[in-house]
Ligand binder design. Structure first.
Ligand SMILES: [Fe+2]
Ligand SMILES: [Fe+2]
Length: 300
């Protein structure tokens, strides 16, 4: 009889995530003074399974985001906020293929061709996603290249720096945890989220290419499924490193996103206008297409 799989990872000094292959997940405080009585106080060494691995990864994400639960900003969506989000999307995508290929070549050097091949595949899949964000900005009448060259949202910067740093480590396994964090959060976006953004855009403008592709409607769902399967096939030390990084990335992402969401519409518009050196092609709550002179149309 094969034994069912239970996996666990200590993500902080006092929290271990325990996950069973059935999908059940627990948060546990390890007893470090009596490790013999608490098997979860020591690192796991066994095999993974898709059910328990996804439990660990999503447990790490939930735990990371729970740190801001009480301070969570929930502003009304605005076009300025969406433009800032597109700039963030550009910056979190533009170096992804390069970074993943760096990590892949390190795993090649380390004699781990299966990890290198997985990262190479990911790098191919992610190629061109920055262009989707630029196209969306252009569709909104915003000079995308100038905007992204002069502006990186403050809350997004630490996330980009984290990924850059992870991919040049001597053993860059953490880059898989970071990528899982971003892709899993994106895959949670529903069609209703896209429709809400579409309603902010002027009629006939298609500015949700990036969002569609990074939502439950796009490739992210497959990327997440493939990552879970791949991570579950790795040895215990790699799975531990990936889950720990998923937690760290979730902490950084939660803080950063909240920082951006807490900004007022006026602040965001100011940042955008300073970056492009001219007025935005829309007014508060309304949008004037560059082709249209005078009559601004309601955004929604
Ligand atoms: Fe992407
Ligand atoms: Fe992706």
């Amino acid at each position: 009889m094969t034994r069912s799989v239970t996996e666990w990872v200590n993500v902080t000094s006092d929290v271990a995530i325990i996950a069973h292959e059935s999908g059940q997940v627990w948060f546990h405080t390890p007893n470090r003074t009596n490790q013999e009585l608490d098997p979860f106080a020591l690192p796991m060494t066994g095999k993974g399974s898709a059910g328990s691995t996804v439990g660990l990864l999503d447990g790490a994400l939930n735990l990371g985001f729970s740190t801001i639960e009480k301070r969570l900003a929930q502003p009304e969506p605005t076009l300025a906020g969406y433009i800032v989000a597109l700039v963030g999307a550009y910056h979190t995508s533009v170096h992804t293929p390069r970074n993943l290929r760096r990590a892949a070549s390190r795993f090649d050097e380390l004699g781990r061709p299966e990890v290198a091949a997985y990262l190479e595949d990911r790098a191919c899949e992610e190629t061109g996603h920055d262009r989707l964000a630029l196209k969306d900005l252009h569709a909104l009448g915003v000079p995308g290249e100038r905007l992204v060259a002069n502006f990186i949202p403050e809350g997004i910067k630490p996330l980009c720096e984290r990924f850059d740093a992870l991919c040049v480590q001597d053993y860059p396994i953490g880059c898989i945890g970071y990528s899982y964090c971003l892709e899993r959060i994106a895959a949670l976006k529903q069609k209703s989220d896209i429709d809400r953004v579409q309603a902010l855009c002027p009629g006939g403008v298609d500015a949700t290419r990036f969002l569609r592709s990074h939502s439950c409607l796009g490739s992210e769902v497959t990327h997440v499924e493939e990552t879970i399967k791949f991570v579950a096939s790795l040895d215990a030390n790699d799975r531990i490193g990936i889950v720990q990084e998923t937690y760290q990335s979730a902490l950084i992402m939660a803080e950063g996103y909240n920082h951006e969401l807490l900004k007022s519409e006026v602040e965001m518009r100011g940042e955008l206008q300073r970056a492009i050196g001219e007025a935005l092609p829309y007014r508060m709550g309304s949008y004037a297409s560059p082709a249209e002179e005078g009559g601004a149309r309601p955004a929604a």
